[in-house]
Ligand binder design. Structure first.
Ligand code: SAH
Length: 358
């Protein structure tokens, strides 16, 4: 049985060079192709410095992994969401581009669906479909770059899926975004719900990527209700592993906290969270990103009032913990945190939504 042909962004530079050279192309042509695909990040059909025949051959040998199922732009024009469908097996994933005046961040999916089953997250509610491979992750970043007037300098692994449950492919994609696309490791953020073995592996990696940990509760009892994985890796273990990563990479860790009215949003809980994170030994300290809950069909909770979230943030700051209330972006196109979900046949007719933010 022959191996399936690689997708367009599925080869590292060296393998890509070997392939093009095997066609008898001169060195400068090889460089023009890698330059177009990775450095300049232009669609192959726009790489007009390449002869038509060579463009056609490359297009055929290296097909894109995804078709675009839908593309939506928020009314303010700052957020673009793509729903992609795998050419190979029709698995669906979502990618979100978040633009500012000078730069753009892309939020990528690492899996189609997710097995972590966090109760308030649309992706978790829909269940796991499959892992993405590194080429599929890189393709999301490159194609978001094609759609962005600003340079895409940041990538956050906060789309569908748990990146550390797909460690090898995710890490290969990180190395490719860094090495082939020239993105700074600091500008690559891996967000995890607390997969401790993956975090410990991350601490041993050479590239100092940024870590975000989805915490959502100051105590194990509540966290276990929101995040089933907490039964396996409780808060203390997750914080220890996060400290290892912080120490190894010398970078501050962010803690994500989805604020849910009447569940985890009291000032008492803010105080408990501050104590927990002040006692934490992570290099660079902790920063909390508060995300007012985005609605999903499978969870009845709602976001607290704006004032309440602000008061929660204020309590953290008073206790010496930096806190930011995340601006909710892309809600009008269902591209906000935790709203991303694959549209399984079973979920036909349910709104397609998304996740994240840098
Ligand atoms: N699995 C990884 C990355 C994907 S989720 C992780 O859990 O970190 C990206 C962020 O969105 C996480 O912090 C997640 O907890 C949060 N999130 C999920 N559902 C949400 C919702 N409905 N409202 C607000 N944030 C949500």
């Amino acid at each position: 049985m022959s191996a399936p042909s690689p997708s367009r962004y599925g080869l590292g530079t060296a393998e890509l060079e070997t392939l093009i050279e095997s066609w008898g192309e001169p060195r400068y042509r090889v460089e023009q192709i890698t330059d177009a695909l990775y450095r300049r990040r232009v669609p192959l059909e726009d790489a007009t410095n390449l002869p038509k025949v060579l463009r056609a051959r490359t297009t055929e040998a290296l097909p894109l992994a995804f078709d675009v199922a839908t593309e939506a732009t928020s009314t303010d024009g700052e957020t673009i969401r793509w729903l992609y469908e795998s050419v190979r097996d029709r698995a669906q994933v979502e990618t979100v581009l978040m633009r500012s005046e000078t730069r753009a961040s892309v939020c990528v999916s690492s899996q189609a669906g997710c097995a972590m089953a966090c109760t308030f997250c649309a992706t978790g509610q829909a269940g796991f479909e499959r892992h993405l491979d590194a080429g599929e992750i890189v393709e999301q970043v490159v194609r978001a770059s094609h759609g962005s007037p600003q340079p895409v300098t940041h990538a956050v692994y906060m789309g569908m899926g748990e990146p550390l449950a797909n460690y090898d492919e995710v890490w290969t994609s990180v190395e490719r975004l860094h090495g082939d696309l020239g993105m700074s490791a600091r500008h690559l953020t891996i967000s995890t719900v607390g997969v401790v073995p993956g975090m410990l592996r991350l601490a041993k990696e050479r590239l100092p990527v940024t870590l975000a940990v989805s915490l959502h509760a100051p105590d194990d009892e509540l966290r276990s209700q929101l995040v089933p994985l907490n039964a396996r890796y409780p808060i203390a273990a997750v914080l220890d592993a996060a400290a290892e990563v912080a120490g190894a990479h010398g970078r501050r860790v962010s803690f994500e906290y989805a604020c849910i009215a009447g569940v985890n949003d009291t000032l008492q809980q803010a105080g408990a969270l501050a104590r927990l994170l002040r006692a934490w030994q992570g290099v660079g300290g902790a920063h909390v990103n508060l995300i007012p809950l985005n609605p999903t069909s499978g969870f009845s909770g709602r976001a607290p009032t704006r004032a309440r979230v602000r008061a929660f943030a204020e309590r953290l700051r008073e206790a010496g913990i930096g806190a930011t209330v995340r601006r909710t972006r892309g809600v009008d196109i269902d591209a906000a945190c935790g709203q991303l979900r694959s549209r399984h046949p079973i979920a036909e007719g349910t709104p397609v939504s998304t996740t994240m933010e840098p």
